[in-house]
Design a protein around this ligand. Structure first.
Ligand code: NAD
Ligand code: MG
Length: 382
């Protein structure tokens, strides 16, 4: 039998991290955890290290890292990588085969590029990384000859539906969207919604940022941009359809009109496990669909004007890589401010629009330029 794949998990204490640990527990013969990283949840991270006997851990928050060292929180046989640089150092340790990136936002962009250059396969949950630096990440992966496996459920569905089909047969990609928490709410009342309401998703259990993104549908916008980089298609060949049940995770339409979709219940374990074991398959950790029970699936067009963040994402997609990066930066700041009760829900698209107007048409031909614009967009958004 093959040796188990050695996995580094960045974002181990989050929602994707938790789903990944369930898969690792179920398949110890196939997958071995050799590194885990989080920002500041030291006790939680140390518990994972003890449970799985992990030799490397990283805490990017300096204070959290210092007190973990002071209190001897981690077993002596575990090497602790501290601070922001610790994320790159753990992502490139020699004894790993793949790095699963599940850090919210763009903090793992440079560590991911470093892992690619070190020859590691990447399982990508953090969509923001591609939205900011897609051209550079895709080019680095091509150059290094490593695999970039999409764990975001829509992109994983598309990846599965594309396998074995030549590119020339592909017509378009159709991403499914649940419509988020407020899909049935009177739009006139959206100004009053609270962070508690916006972080409660009807179908999925996820981290707070992505759940708010889902309610504004900025998430689907980020995913359109992610799809643009992963599958190299322009805006007019990327569509979105509302699908309340989150059972069909996306569709691929071929030139002859045939449409393929991938189905499973709304749990991220299906997509994550598909990536971790690819091209192998093994029993899943969650029950799948059961057609002995009645199941109804609905599809509907996205109502025009209802989701301004999605419209802005399409504009950014048509405009180019700088606008895409600016869209992401402004959205991250606006969502953080909404969660901190500094702005209302309806102000999120307004912030994005104004920042896009002010710096969405700059020029960048290096990653350094792009990161500079990202920083400026964040300052403007604030
Ligand atoms: P989360 O908020 O639940 O967890 C985030 C994780 O990242 C935590 O472990 C946290 O400690 C870590 N982290 C945060 N900032 C960090 C930093 N600067 N350095 C190192 N670690 C840091 O988020 P989540 O819902 O698990 O989402 C993670 C990523 O996966 C996001 O990019 C999200 O868009 C993407 N994603 C999530 C889901 C989902 O179902 N949750 C689905 C698809 C894609
Ligand atoms: Mg998704």
């Amino acid at each position: 039998m093959d040796e188990p794949r050695r996995v580094i998990l960045l974002g181990a204490t989050g929602s994707i991290g938790e789903s990944t640990l369930r898969i690792l527990r179920a398949h110890p013969d196939k997958l071995q955890l050799v590194g885990v990283a989080a920002s500041s949840s030291a006790a939680e991270l140390a518990a994972i290290v003890r449970e799985f006997g992990v030799p490397h851990a990283a805490l990017t928050n300096d204070e959290a890292a210092n007190s973990a060292v002071r209190d001897g929180l981690f077993p002596p046989e575990c090497e602790l990588h501290c601070g922001e640089a610790g994320l790159t150092s753990i992502a490139t340790v020699p004894e790993a085969d793949m790095v699963l990136v599940a850090v919210v936002g763009t903090a793992a962009l440079q560590p991911t590029l470093a892992a690619i250059e070190a020859g590691r396969d990447i399982v990508l949950a953090s969509k923001e990384i591609l939205v900011l630096g897609g051209a550079f990440v895709m080019e680095a992966a091509r150059r290094a000859g490593v695999r970039l496996l999409p764990a975001d459920s829509e992109h994983n569905a598309i990846f599965q539906c594309l396998e074995g089909h030549p590119e020339r047969h592909l017509d378009k990609l159709i991403l499914t969207a649940s419509g988020g928490r407020f899909r049935d709410r009177d739009p006139a009342t959206l100004g009053e919604v609270t962070p508690e309401e916006a972080t409660d998703h009807p179908n999925w259990s996820m981290g707070p940022k992505i759940t708010v993104d889902s309610a504004t549908m900025a998430n689907k916008g980020l995913e359109l941009i992610e799809a643009r980089w992963l599958f190299d298609l322009p805006a007019d060949r990327l569509e979105v359809v509302l699908h309340r049940q989150s059972i069909v995770h996306s569709f691929v339409q071929y030139v002859d009109g045939s449409i393929l979709g991938q189905l499973c219940p709304p749990s991220m374990t299906f997509a994550i496990q598909h990536c971790l074991l690819h091209p192998e398959r093994a029993p899943g950790v969650d029950e799948t669909l059961d057609f002995s029970q009645a199941l109804t699936l609905d599809f509907a067009p996205v109502p025009a004007g209802r989701y301004p963040c999605l419209d802005l994402a399409y504009e950014a997609l048509r405009s180019g890589p700088v606008a895409m990066a600016v869209f992401n930066a402004a959205n991250e700041v606006a969502v953080a401010d909404f969660l901190a009760r500094k702005i209302g829900f309806l102000e999120i698209p307004k912030v994005i629009r104004r920042v896009l107007e002010q710096c969405g048409d700059r020029f960048a031909d290096s990653l350094g330029d792009l990161l500079g614009i990202d920083g400026e967009a964040r300052r403007l958004a604030r």
